[in-house]
Design a protein around this ligand. Structure first.
Ligand code: M6R
Length: 616
């Protein structure tokens, strides 16, 4: 993780880099730094804390905020605690080079020992300071220019990186490279923007190059950009992409937090997900990635789903959907476990990788392994052009728009929407769903956005419940069938933004252990919708009630049995069972959001987390 930004051109770089860092803060926010070249000197400032702290410090201490070249970094610490010294940018020993880096240099210790033997000294505990000195060492010993030195140094480094390096003796160029961490280059008129994603430069240009893994570029003002392969020096003709992003999508639009905005965006996000793909009246689902590979997908002997966090929960929902409708066996794996086992993968297996960011390192490694073993990999990503989407053989985007809050919300519901459409398509092709059922499911999916809007109307009621339970030290979430993954997701939401310990369980498992936790202090959120094991869940609620637990029921409109037993209920409109997760998850998102706000937590940037986990 970490966000990197750079600018070289004719504008004042300071505000571009600073604003860019604010937009990338979702990637990491324990420290930040900036280096600005004012034509004579490098002004470098870095600090533990947020970009706002950096702004204050820079404006207090820097001799100037002038300069048309600058680089900046917002950090999620890997090597070395978050403090001023470990923050980026890092100087080389001579003070001529300065670097920002997102990723990990795994062999940094060996390289560092070598450099120490050659007289280099280090201030920080970071792998990045090692890399910048290695580059300097190559420049001095091999008498090469910065671009070449970066290339040689990277060929000696093992790990992942997106870097930008500046040499104050050559102030008209920046050298950038990537392997395993994203890097976009915005192209303007005699100016270039560098960033971990395109958000820092969308108001300046809609043309961008996304470097591929193993590529580097030397960007010079007044010159064409040169992209080459790091390992063999061959020149690459880069694809200049037209960006679809707009400013409004990455701003809060009047909401207090991105998370709340993204919760409220869900009705439209889901419409965007199925727009042009699901033709309800015609009874058709068109998805190029599926249509082009329909035999491969529909004839899969087994589907393996790999993902992390919330995306893994969406994968668990998909397991029910694929098995129910398409009758294909599914296994859902944490990507982080899958990649380090020696998984058995058959020729006819299909691996579905789910990832909002498309950059999660474990998921990326899992699909590389699956490909090596001959599997067909289908990616379900939100970020267009992301690494996982490019590494997959085929895929489908969720088209949810940028998700900036660290807690995933609309990513989850749009992933389920895409996976539902895929499962229905495969079911139709395999003849495991009747035509009328297929059409009925499409009609119901089409009604979901309006039903989510209805659930969102319960916001004030949910706020009251949040107020009631905000001091609880623990919380249980229970659900069965399709709503078991929703229970896991509800618990994850509460944990990650309010820091309240929460567990999700299949309701029936409660009696095998967790029931011991229940007393009058314990809030238990139970998903008890009419479809899907309703009576059994009501029995589970009785068991909680007998032990004096506090019950918050997520129920179908008009429910009476649970209302009689529960302390609070939140109603959702009726829908078919497989689509209930799209509705039941909404109150859980709002509940955790309000509790976190009431507890004064930083909802969009919870402690210790970052939006995309591009390290192991
Ligand atoms: O970008 P991805 O979907 O691959 O991210 C996976 C997880 O890191 C992510 O879902 C994480 O668990 C979220 N913070 C959950 O809200």
């Amino acid at each position: 993780m970490c966000g990197i930004v750079g600018y070289i051109g004719h504008r004042e770089a300071y505000s571009i880099v600073l604003k860019g860092l604010q937009r990338l803060e979702y990637r990491g926010y324990d420290s930040a730094g900036i280096a600005l070249y004012d034509g004579e000197e490098l002004n470098l400032c870095k600090t533990k804390g947020k970009v706002s702290d950096l702004k204050d410090k820079f404006e207090e201490t820097a001799t100037s905020t002038k300069g048309t070249v600058g680089i900046g970094h917002t950090r999620w610490a890997t090597h070395g605690v978050p403090n001023d010294v470990n923050s980026h940018p890092h100087y080389s020993n001579s003070g001529n080079l300065v670097i920002i880096h997102n990723g990990i240099i795994e062999n940094y210790d060996t390289l560092k020992k070598e450099l120490i033997k050659r007289g280099y000294t280090f201030e920080s505990d970071t792998d990045t300071e090692v890399l910048v000195n290695l580059i300097e060492d190559v420049m001095v010993n091999e008498k090469v220019k910065l671009g070449k030195a970066v290339q040689i140094a990277l060929n000696q480094s093992v790990g992942a990186y997106a870097i930008a390096v500046f040499d104050k003796r050559k102030p008209n160029e920046l050298v950038v490279a990537r392997l395993g961490s994203p890097l976009a280059i915005g192209i303007g008129e005699n100016e270039f923007f560098i960033a971990s994603d395109a958000s820092p430069f969308i108001e300046y240009t809609s043309n961008a190059i996304y470097l591929e893994d193993g590529e580097m570029a030397v960007v010079r003002t007044q010159k064409q950009i040169k992209v080459r392969k790091i390992h063999d020096d061959s020149l690459v003709d880069p694809y200049v992409q037209e960006l679809q992003l707009n400013l409004e999508q990455i701003e809060k639009g009047g909401y207090e937090h991105f998370m709340l905005k993204e919760i409220y965006e869900q009705p439209n996000a889901i419409i965007d997900t199925y727009r042009g793909r699901m033709l309800v009246n015609e009874g058709i689902v068109r998805m190029a990635g599926v249509d082009d590979n329909i035999e491969r997908l529909a004839n899969a002997k087994r589907i393996l789903i790999v993902a992390c966090g919330t995306s893994w929960h969406a994968g668990l929902v998909a397991e029910y959907i694929f098995e129910d409708f398409a009758r294909i066996p599914v296994e859902v794996e944490y990507a982080s476990e899958f990649r380090y086992r020696n998984p058995i993968i058959y020729e006819n297996d299909v691996v579905i990788a789910i990832s909002q960011s498309g950059e999660t390192a474990d998921t990326m490694a899992a699909i590389k392994l699956a490909k090596e073993k001959g599997a067909f990999v289908f990616g379900v990503c939100n970020v267009v052009g992301s690494s996982i989407s490019r590494e997959s053989h085929a895929g489908a985007y969720t088209h949810a728009g940028p998700e900036i809050g660290v807690a995933s919300t609309k990513a989850f519901t749009t992933q389920i929407t895409v996976l539902t459409m895929i499962a229905l398509k495969l079911a139709k092709h395999r003849g495991t769903i009747s035509d009328s059922d297929f059409r009925y499911h499409l009609q119901e999916l089409d009604r979901i956005p309006a039903k989510i809007s209805k659930v969102l109307e319960a916001n004030d009621h949910i706020k009251l419940i949040a107020d009631k339970y905000k001091e609880a030290p623990n919380c249980l979430y229970l659900g069965r069938g399709y709503n078991f993954p929703v229970a896991l997701e509800g618990a994850l939401k509460l944990k990650e933004i309010s820091y309240i310990h929460a567990e999700g369980y299949p309701a029936a498992e409660m009696k095998h252990g967790p029931i011991a936790l229940i007393d009058e202090q314990m809030p238990v959120v139970v998903i008890a919708t009419k479809k899907g094991h309703y009576e059994k869940v009501v029995s589970n609620i009785q068991e909680i009630k007998s032990r004096k637990g506090k019950i918050i029921g997520i129920v179908t409109e008009g429910d009476e049995a649970v209302r009689d037993l529960a302390d609070y209920v939140i109603e959702i409109p009726e829908t078919i069972e497989s689509l209930t997760p799209l509705l039941t998850t909404i109150p859980l998102q709002l509940l955790s959001y309000h509790i976190a706000v009431m507890l004064g937590k930083n909802v969009d940037q919870p402690r210790n987390l970052a939006k995309s986990v591009t390290v192991e």
